[in-house]
Design a protein around this ligand. Sequence first.
Ligand code: ZN
Length: 208
Amino acid sequence: MLSADFGNLQAMCEMINMSEAEWLHFDVMDGVFVPNISFGFPVIEAIKKHCRKMLDVHIMIVEPEKYVQRFAKAGAGMLTFHYEATTNPQHVIELIRAEGIQVGICINPDIPVEKLEPYISQVDMVLLMSVFAGFGGQKFIEQTYNRIDTLKSLIDKINPSCLIEIDGGVSLQNASTLFEHGVNVLVAGSSVFNSTNPQEMIVAMKQA
Ligand code: ZN
């Protein structure tokens, strides 16, 4: 929803409710972990009232452990934090679990995928950034395919039910290749909201 029209969030929710999109993805930025600020709890809470899809909340914030409870209360169904934003990823995973919601862990493109190995057995989803976290509308980094392959072989070995999500520069052009590499969840911002028919674009991407 970073790419949505913030002046008309209710219309965005109605479009998403009517669409084939399964989740609504939120990019929360704190101006510290990333050099940008997006939105916080009041926006998530407001959208929660109107949106019938699961809220997939991606927090690009330092010390995520301080805010887990508030994001859960605001309506997150999946809460994904950055491995590199905390000194204790294990603790963050446990805090999210304690809220009874799904747990995701995320890394930027410069962090080796192998660093996540100890956590794969404990999370519902791994989010690989295919651009550097911080801004919408960036170009997909091609090296991401190799990183997906590495992650996919770890997941197959350790926790086959763990989902792979890709965020950044996802479009109709790369959707089918991403699915072929084993990706389960595509985050699409500008490619959906800037298209002439967002609902048709969502269908096309899912069928890619
Ligand atoms: Zn995101």
